[in-house]
Ligand binder design. Sequence first.
Ligand code: HEC
Ligand code: HEC
Length: 359
Amino acid sequence: MCMHRLAVLAALLLAACSADSDTPQSPAAEAQPATQNPSPSNGLQPAEITLSKDPNGLDLIDVRGLAKADSPAGHRYELGKWLFFDPRLSASGSMSCSTCHLPDKAWTDGEKLSKKDDGSTNKRHTPTLVNVGYCDKLYWDGRAASLEANVVAAWKGQMSADPLKIGSALAAIPTYKDKFQKAFQFDPNEENIGKALASFVRMIKGENAAYDRYLAGDANAMTQDQKAGHDLFMGKAGCAVCHTPPRMTNLGFHNTGIGMDKSEPDMGRGAHLKDPKWNGFFKTPSLRDVAKTAPYFHDGSAATLEEAVRLMAAGGRDNPTKSPELLDRKLNDGEVKAIVAFLGALTSEVSFTPPTLPQ
Ligand code: HEC
Ligand code: HEC
C-alpha cells in the first residue's frame, strides 16, 4: 500500500538532492539504475539499487541457500564463509575478518577504533558489512573500486597477510584444497581468495526487518512510535535524501562535519582525491541494522544511536564544506526518540551460524 507513496517520496527526495549542483555528487549516487515503478507524474525513478557485479558471474544469484549444492557459486560462497572466519589468514594466526566484523554486531566490532593484527590502531571505525554488495565504492572514503579490491586490501592491511605464504598453507589442508578446486579449478592464491571472500561478503544484506514487512503491506509490523519516526525520517527531518530507502543509503559521499572540529581532521574523500572540494566527505552508511552497530560515525565518536540521530537532526557540525542538505530540523525530544525507534525497525531478522573450519 504505502510502497508506491514511498517510491514517489524517495524519487522527490532524490530530485531535491540532485538539483543541488554545488554539492559534489559521487557517480554512484548519480548513476542509479532505473528499476520498478517509475512515477508516472514526474518520470523520476525510485531509489532501488542493485548488487555489484560479481566477477564470477554470480551477480544477483542468491547463493546462500545453496551451501550443499554442487555448483561453483555455492562452493565460492561456502569457501568465502570459511575464509572470513579463519584466523589462519592473518600473520599472527589469531585474527580473522570476523574479529572486527562480528555477525552478532551486524558485522561491526563495538570498538571506537579497532587494533590491527600488527598492534597498530585503525584511524577509522569499523563499518558494517550489511549491504556493501550494493556499493561500487568501498571504504569510508570510497578508495576501493570493487568489493574484490577492498577485501584483498583489508586482508593485507588489517591482517598483515602474505598471500603467497597463506595460499600455500591453505593448499596443505586437504578440505580447503578440494574446495578451491571445486570453486575455481585452481589452488588458493591472492586472486581467488579475494573472490571467494567477496562472494561471501556480497551476500550480507539487510533484510526481513519490521520495516520490510511494513512496506510489504503489514500495517502492524511497526509500532506507533516507529511509524511516527518513519514519517519524520522520510519528511520533516530530511534524512531520506541521503539515507534513501530501501537500502537506507544513496551510496553518495557527504560532509556532515563529523570530526571536522578536531585539530587535524580526517579529510576523508578529500584526502583520497587530493581535492579540497571533497574535504570531510564520507560515504553515507546504510542504516540497516544500525541499532546493533554502536558506536557511530567514521571516528566512532557517538556512543549511542540517540546521540548520532540528535547530531544529524541538528544539522551535523558546521564547517566550510558541509553538505547543504543537512539543516537544523528543530526536532523536539519526542521526535528524536521516534526516529531512534524507527531505526530499530531496520534490524534484520536473520540468524547466522558461523562455520566449522576445515582442519
Ligand atoms: C582489525 C579490524 C579489521 C579486520 C581484521 C578487517 N576489517 Fe574490514 N574494515 C575495518 C575498518 C576499520 C574499515 C574501514 C576502513 C576505512 O574506511 O578506511 C573496514 C572496512 C571494510 C569494508 C568496507 C565497507 C564499506 O562500507 O565500504 C569491507 C568490505 C571489509 N572491511 C571487509 C573485510 C574483510 C573481508 C576482512 C578480512 C579479510 C576484513 N574486513 C578484516 C576493520 C577490519
Ligand atoms: C547530507 C546527507 C545526510 C543527511 C541529510 C543525513 N545523513 Fe546521516 N549520515 C550521513 C553521512 C555521510 C554519515 C557518515 C558521517 C561520518 O561518519 O563522517 C551519516 C551517519 C549517520 C549515522 C551513523 C551511522 C553509522 O553507522 O555510523 C546515523 C545514525 C545517521 N546518519 C542518521 C541520520 C538521521 C536520523 C538523519 C536525519 C535527521 C540523517 N542521518 C541525515 C549523511 C547524511
